[in-house]
Design a protein around this ligand. Structure first.
Ligand code: ARG
Length: 467
């Protein structure tokens, strides 16, 4: 006989032996699902009220159950409640304590309910709140990007493709690119919220309930858009968790790309920005070092959020309907994803706000690298040369500059003319960085006046409450 480790469980009726000590530990989710306590209680309160409404229990009984649940909530919040592995999970911990507190009546709470629909409810309630918080943080990040863009609307830096200098851009335009990304993330979260916001209680273990439950009442009571449509689906669905983790991965991918640029830009090689001391760290050995650990960590944490998505997809991939205990493995990846995205979003705004933009370094970098070579080609095209030929001519001009160690700006009109008779004095202006930026005057383009127009538009969106 195995050692007896715990007193009887709420479900122990058909068992002759106590569970093994190892099983208690292995089977328990209480160490991580205890964070659902508030939502579990919220769901139980609504369920108890509904049981009274449809006369499965009396109003008085419901009141006692609700009062008991409220006092358990207080115990947990104040830290008085001691959690043990033997309690298995948060649902049994609270139900067990309720019975301890109010006696046999506590045992009526679980009428018409299973832990399978209960846990689905709890996760949905919890995730709804988490989504709202993350939406709020995304808005803050967008506001910061907007403000930084406005302050730096005419600071010009090289834009890159293949990490090679390509064409000059205003920093405002660059920052607003991230504004757009996080805007799409916000839209995705809002759509996800709609799919999270469905009420599963009443699905029971899997087939629904034999009691005349008022599912509409519970849905309304808890602010859901309505009850789920299929009991099997309701207890076996974790799509909404996976969808959320997918969106969170996208948010992290965006954060990571921005972080990567901040890391590069704060290197001595670029020198485009300096992160404030408050958001940098030193080296334990090299006294001269100021390291961008914060954006590096955001970039690094992206890996765990992607990993969580894959973990969840893998847990679910071969599960037959309906609930399987494998699904208890949904919580840690989900919670870790929520926590990680939140801290990363939180730290980004103050880091951006306090960084120094070194505009002279950015501008200086636009002088090298032949950033306006495309403009020189366009000059020829506007005067009738087919683009392919123009591209070739300017390629030769660039090769000449490299040989002579000159930048395009420094070529004389005579030198230009030696490559094509089409060139005239105004080529000098056409290849200036300022003219290049201003020429990108299409909708969504980098011309400063276009960027300013977008900033105005955003301001109007903000007045309408977009962020
Ligand atoms: N702790 C469980 C989980 O997180 C709750 C549901 C348990 N249901 C069951 N039939 N054993 O998935």
């Amino acid at each position: 006989m195995k050692e007896k480790s715990t007193k009887s469980k709420l479900w122990s009726g058909r068992f002759k032996q106590e569970t093994d000590r190892l099983v208690d530990e292995f089977n328990a989710s209480i160490s991580f699902d205890r964070r659902l306590f508030m939502h579990d209680i919220m769901g139980s309160v609504a369920h108890a009220k509904m049981l009274a409404k449809v006369k499965i229990i009396t109003k008085k009984e419901a009141d006692k159950i609700v009062a008991g649940l409220r006092s358990i909530e207080k115990e947990i919040v104040s830290g008085k409640f001691v959690f043990t592995a033997a309690m298995e999970d948060i649902h049994m911990a609270i139900e067990g304590r309720l019975i301890e507190k109010i006696g046999a009546l506590g045992g009526k709470l679980h009428t018409g309910r299973s832990r399978n629909d209960q846990v689905a409810l709890d996760i949905r309630l919890y995730l709804r709140d988490a989504i709202r918080e993350i939406e709020g943080l995304l808005k803050k990040v967008r506001q910061t990007l907007f403000e930084c863009a406005r302050q730096n609307v005419d600071v010009v830096l090289p834009g890159y493709t293949h990490l090679q200098r390509a064409q000059p851009l205003p920093l405002g335009h660059h920052l607003l690119a991230y504004y757009e990304m996080f805007g799409r993330d916000g839209e995705r979260l809002e759509q996800c919220y709609g799919r999270v916001n469905v009420m599963p209680l009443g699905a029971g273990a899997l087939a629904g309930s034999p009691y005349p439950l008022d599912r509409q009442f519970v849905a309304k009571e808890l602010g859901f858009s309505g009850p789920s449509r299929n009991s099997l689906d309701a207890v076996s669905d974790r799509d909404f968790c996976i969808e959320f983790c997918g969106i969170a991965s996208m948010v992290m991918m965006h954060l990571s790309r921005l972080s990567e640029e901040l890391i590069l830009w704060s290197s001595q090689e670029f020198g485009f920005i300096e992160l404030s001391d408050a958001f940098s760290t030193g080296s334990s050995i090299m006294p001269q070092k100021k390291n961008p650990d914060i954006p590096e960590l955001v970039r690094g944490k992206t890996g765990r959020v992607y990993g969580n998505l894959i973990a969840l997809l893998t847990v679910m991939k071969a599960l037959p309907l309906a609930y399987n205990k494998d699904m208890q493995e949904d919580k840690e990846p989900l919670f870790d994803t929520i926590d990680t995205v939140k801290v990363c979003l939180e730290i980004l705004s103050p880091m951006l706000r306090t960084m120094t933009v070194r505009r002279e370094r950015m501008l200086a970098a636009t002088k090298g690298g032949f950033l306006t070579a495309t403009d020189a080609a366009d000059y020829l095209v506007k005067r009738g040369l087919p683009f392919r030929e123009a591209h070739h001519v300017i390629g030769r001009v660039v090769a000449h500059c490299i040989e002579k160690e000159k930048v395009l700006d420094e070529l004389t009109v005579e030198e230009w003319k030696s490559f094509s008779p089409i060139f005239d004095r105004d080529i000098k202006k056409a290849v200036s960085v300022k003219a290049s930026v201003e020429s990108r005057d299409v909708e969504g383009g980098a011309a400063v006046k276009r960027v300013k127009r977008r900033l105005k538009e955003i301001e109007r969106e903000r007045e309408k409450g977009a962020w």
